[in-house]
Design a protein around this ligand. Structure first.
Ligand code: PEP
Length: 254
């Protein structure tokens, strides 16, 4: 099945609002020099930059996403952001990133509540799944990923593949410069992630959901990952803060 590649930049807790606007302007200019269409580009800046980037990108095809959200629409949740607030500016939201799981103790149950809420409010969750190094070395990568998908996606009410994105991000490859082998990622998606999606959502919807790879993707290695038939794009951390590197990754998807 043909799925439009998605290249997503996760800017994490980097860049002031002014710096974010500068980077977005550079990306906009660079994207105008690439052939139009064929790849979807998504930026996930800090919350403080969403409003400005929304104004800047209003007539451009670049999409915006949040890096996290609370499952509730409003309430006494100091420091949190709601799906209604994100939906004013964003089409997507990253959920279950390994940094949220490890540093903020997010469980599959928390992530499931957020995913259900995101879909209810018209946001496309990018659900991150992936194993730690210890889990991989113990031969448990597939079991862990399958369990994360089943728990994170139960009762998530989607009817089209475009309403959900999965990012396979081995924890040991995030921000480390170490990458998984592209062929191994391809095989893991084919044998574990895609069957889980088909089991959860049925054949046509499960086949249409995009599955990204994330973990130290850069301008030099993007082509080999993106040429794998099961890898539908990339979730990019560090390299997304460099306009030239990010544009090279977008080009590699064309
Ligand atoms: C990420 O944070 O999702 C990520 C993949 O980071 P990096 O590209 O820096 O490994």
């Amino acid at each position: 099945m043909k799925r439009t590649p998605l290249i997503a930049g996760n800017w994490k807790m980097h860049l002031t609002e002014a710096q974010a606007v500068t980077l977005a302007r550079k990306l906009l200019w660079g994207l105008t020099r690439l052939p139009a269409g064929g790849v979807e580009v998504l930026l996930c800046p800090p919350f403080t930059a969403l409003s400005s980037l929304h104004k800047l990108l209003i007539s451009d095809p670049i999409r915006l996403g949040g890096q996290n959200m609370h499952a509730s629409t409003q309430g006494a949740f100091t420091g949190e952001i709601s799906p209604l607030m994100l939906a004013e500016f964003c089409q997507y939201v990253i959920l279950g990133h390994s940094e949220r799981r490890a540093l903020f103790q997010e469980t599959d149950e928390d992530i499931n509540l957020k995913a259900r809420s995101a879909v209810q409010h018209g946001l496309v969750p990018i659900l991150c799944v992936g194993e730690t190094l210890a889990e991989r070395q113990a031969g448990r990568a597939e079991t862990i990923i399958y369990a994360q998908l089943m728990a994170g996606l139960q009762q998530v009410g989607i009817h089209r593949g475009s309403q959900l994105v999965i990012a396979y991000e081995p924890v040991w490859a995030i921000g480390t410069g170490q990458t998984a082998t592209p062929e191994v990622v391809n095989q893991l998606i084919a044998a574990t992630i895609r069957p889980a999606l088909v089991r959860l959502f049925g054949e046509p919807v499960g086949q249409a959901i995009r599955v990204l790879y994330g973990g130290s993707v850069n301008a030099g290695n993007a082509v080999v990952f993106l040429s794998q038939p099961e890898i539908d794009g990339a979730l990019v951390g560090g390299a997304s803060l460099d306009s030239d590197a990010f544009l090279a990754i977008v080009s590699a998807a064309l």
